[in-house]
Design a protein around this ligand. Structure first.
Ligand SMILES: Cc1cc2nc3c(=O)[nH]c(=O)nc-3n(C[C@H](O)[C@H](O)[C@H](O)COP(=O)(O)OP(=O)(O)OC[C@H]3O[C@@H](n4cnc5c(N)ncnc54)[C@H](O)[C@@H]3O)c2cc1C
Length: 333
């Protein structure tokens, strides 16, 4: 096989900022590159992004592939995938890591398919064995973990779930090599264009993987109608709404709210679990939260074994009281 070298991280931007998951990928990429004795590199694609070169120079990386152009201000599968394919064919990385976000999940398969290589989606861990990338992910509805390797084709590609890896630490500044990749795209020739962006104003539809605070409801909430009690508390706290699989399967909330083994792994500053018993499959998705508050009417519910603060009682009484008290407090601050 031709000499494919180095570990690349695709950096995702959101609202002119680097998304946190990029630093989680970078933390793992540094570890993998060290084991392989290869370089760790980031790929920056977008508009007005050269300013982020500084940020990465404090993360001990070796190279930055920079592709900057006004036409890249908005993510488009067409432009981003063709740039990544060109970059990969030219510089031949050994490994490319993508976030398992909407963009990463859209982009990585396109690139892998064009390059005729493999891709493991939604990995929760990565390691190196015999020079191969070992990609760990859950299978069969979350009942098993599978270690997957892609030994016959390169690059080895994976998307990684947010909040499962340690972030890259800031180190002493170095001078990474900057490789500018120039493109010549005529916007009029593109098959798709973004004509309008409509931002949601409803706070409780915030994505759970990015929220600082999550208010979650389980089967104990009882109905879709009752979930309004959870939504109201979430709105007051500017939090996201999460749920157990039982609540999702009952059709009270969307699947995107599901926290846990077969849902999203979250790590907010505050996780408020209401009417959730705390089964292992739920706990694996939220137990790294900084502070866990549980409200459950059963004093023996397992959630009380992992929480920092526990309230035994009916959420229908406790949550509205909490909402009112917080509303008052926040309006005074
Ligand atoms: C392969 C696999 C993957 C899975 N993946 C996930 C996953 O990703 N996420 C997930 O959550 N689950 C997952 N599950 C399901 C998991 O096993 C549990 O079934 C589920 O988490 C239970 O949800 P729950 O805690 O809301 O419901 P329950 O276990 O039924 O608990 C409801 C709780 O509400 C309390 N309650 C009832 N009424 C009130 C009230 N008025 N006030 C306060 N408390 C009240 C009860 O005391 C009880 O503790 C998975 C299962 C399998 C087999």
């Amino acid at each position: 096989m031709v000499d494919y070298r180095d570990v690349w991280v695709f950096v995702e931007f959101k609202k002119d900022n680097i998304r946190g998951i990029s630093f989680e990928l970078l933390g793992k990429a540094k570890e993998l590159a060290k084991k392989l004795n290869e370089k760790v590199c980031v790929i920056l694609i977008g508009n007005n992004i050269s300013k982020f070169k500084e940020t990465f120079s404090s993360h001990g990386i070796d190279k930055i592939y920079l592709c900057e152009n006004p036409v890249l201000g908005e993510y488009l599968t067409e432009t981003y995938s063709s740039i990544l394919v060109d970059l990969t064919q030219k510089y031949m990385p050994n490994i490319i890591l993508f976030p398992a976000t909407k963009i990463g999940k859209d982009l990585a398969p396109r690139v892998a398919c064009t390059l005729e290589t493999g891709l493991t989606a939604d990995c929760i861990d990565l390691d190196i064995q015999d020079g191969n990338l070992v990609q760990t992910r859950t299978v069969y509805g979350g009942n098993y973990l599978a270690d997957i390797i892609c030994s016959k084709t390169k690059p080895q590609m994976a998307t990684i779930r947010p909040n499962v890896m340690e972030r890259s630490e800031i180190t002493t500044k170095n001078q990474p090599e900057i490789i500018e990749f120039l493109i010549d795209i005529d916007p009029n020739q593109l098959q798709t264009k973004v004509t309008e962006k409509i931002e949601t104003t409803v706070s409780y539809v915030k994505p759970i993987d990015e929220a600082d605070i999550i208010v979650s409801g389980g089967r104990g909430i009882g109905s879709e109608e009752n979930f309004k009690i959870i939504n109201t508390l979430a709105e007051v706290l500017n939090a996201a709404v999460g749920a157990s699989r039982a609540a999702v399967e009952a059709g009270w909330v969307s699947k995107s709210c599901q926290v846990g083994q077969s849902g999203t792994v979250v790590c907010p500053n505050i996780y408020i679990a209401c009417g959730i018993s705390g089964t292992t499959q739920h706990l694996v998705g939220m137990k790294s939260s900084k502070k866990i508050i549980a409200i459950n009417k059963d004093p023996n519910a397992p959630i009380f074994e992992v929480c920092d603060y526990g309230i035994v009682g009916d959420y229908k009484i406790i949550v509205p009281m909490l909402t009112e008290a917080l509303k008052k407090k926040l309006s005074q601050d």
